[in-house]
Design a protein around this ligand. Structure first.
Ligand code: NAD
Length: 364
């Protein structure tokens, strides 16, 4: 709550002059603090190793709550992040978060097939939602999530951290400004060795699919923002499995080609059997690329005119701060549900092309 005129002035300075003229009614129902409070839902690897530490560096959002189905995880989170008892939920009590004024934003970090249910429940509880990628396991669910957040008057943001990374922003700029002319070809691939054969990523009911859902989505993203338009058609191929037992439920490796309305092509590969991680653009008068493109750090950017020399940032902190600032300023965020839905449409078309023996499929 804002307790004093001083708080209000600090708050106004934070959100900028534009918001002073905007009606404060735009913030109705959201606690008017300098920092938004977020609850992480699902305390697995990404929440524990990336998001919670990043939330120690954010300016506009802070960790205030957790939602977990594993009580044994609670003490270490309480100790490390001083989470008060009243801000701790499990999956059964989750909906009571509606009554918790400390929590403005709910961040869904669960297996993919649970994203839609928890996003919709969070929206119904009146919270803004950040949901990890892929936003859902199909287009229908993605649309339902967008609709639920709209109906609740709350923002939906997808965990697309690279939209805040300076190397990727540079790829977008070089494309948009046609620094090397129009982009004609993108090569974008993302894959890694999936170790544990029992992990949810290999179970279709939880993951919705294999490497395409998990990391191939970054190659789709990269192609879309590096060409700078939406693809119209796709053809795709799944490769024979080298370990049919481990990958009995999901694809092991696949490739696809996106066809853009201006004639540009994006050629991509994704896999669970080897590390590959690259975004390359060939334009009319030169090229630009990032190696180690999609990781949390270590991007190496180059263009045909020389190296990209950006300082590496904490992508997760920049992403959550960016989304929080948009919420505080009552304007759309950079990675809305609609952005996630476009990727879901491409993913569905890729699977449809594979099912049709590699035929070209129109992206809806
Ligand atoms: P993880 O396996 O480490 O964590 C998953 C969490 O969900 C665990 O805490 C687990 O207990 C909980 N869970 C609840 N119900 C479950 C069930 N039925 N089966 C399995 N786990 C269940 O996974 P993760 O790597 O943290 O991934 C979580 C989400 O975050 C995924 O959607 C993934 O795509 C996304 N992710 C995004 C990035 C990124 O860079 N943006 C990186 C990693 C993961």
């Amino acid at each position: 709550m804002m307790h004093s005129r001083r708080d209000f002035l600090q708050y106004s300075a934070l959100i900028g002059a534009s918001a002073i003229t905007a009606p404060l009614a735009g913030f109705a129902g959201i606690s008017q603090q300098k920092k938004l409070g977020v609850a992480l839902v699902g305390l697995g690897g990404y929440a524990t190793r990336q998001l919670a530490p990043a939330l120690q560096q954010t300016q506009h959002i802070e960790l205030r709550g957790i939602v977990t189905g594993t009580p044994s995880k609670i003490p270490q989170w309480v100790e490390k992040y001083r989470i008060p008892e009243k801000n701790i939920y499990n999956y059964e009590t989750f909906d009571r978060i509606a009554d918790n004024k400390d929590i403005d934003v709910v961040y869904i970090v669960l297996p993919n097939s649970m994203h839609a249910e928890y996003t919709i429940r969070a929206a119904k509880a009146g919270k803004h939602v950040i949901c990890e990628k892929p936003m859902a396991v199909n287009v229908r669910e993605g649309q339902a999530m967008i609709d639920a957040c709209k109906k609740a008057g709350r923002q939906l943001a997808i965990g697309y951290r690279l939209h805040y990374d300076p190397f990727h922003l540079e790829m977008m700029r070089l494309s948009r400004e046609k620094t090397f002319g129009e982009v004609k070809l993108v090569e974008a691939s993302d894959g890694f060795r999936a170790g544990d054969p029992n992990q949810w990523r290999l179970k279709r009911a939880l993951s919705g699919g294999g490497p395409l859902m998990d990391v191939g989505i970054y190659a789709i993203q990269g192609a879309r923002y590096t060409v700078g338009m939406e693809p119209a058609w796709v053809s795709a191929q799944e490769f024979p499995k080298t370990d049919p037992q481990k990958f009995r439920d999901v694809e092991e490796s696949l490739s696809w080609q996106l066809h853009f309305p201006n004639g540009a092509i994006a050629n991509s590969f994704s896999t669970y059997i080897t590390n590959v991680n690259r975004l390359y653009a060939a334009a009319e008068k030169g090229w630009f690329e990032i190696n180690n493109a999609f990781g949390y750090a270590g991007q190496q950017g180059r263009t045909s005119a020389g190296p990209m020399t950006f300082t590496h940032i904490n992508q997760q902190a920049a992403h959550m701060d960016g989304v929080a600032k948009a919420i505080l300023e009552n304007r759309p965020n950079n990675v809305p549900g609609e952005e996630g839905l476009r990727d879901m449409k491409v993913i569905e078309a890729i699977y449809a092309s594979i099912a049709a023996g590699g035929k070209q499929v129109k992206i809806s």
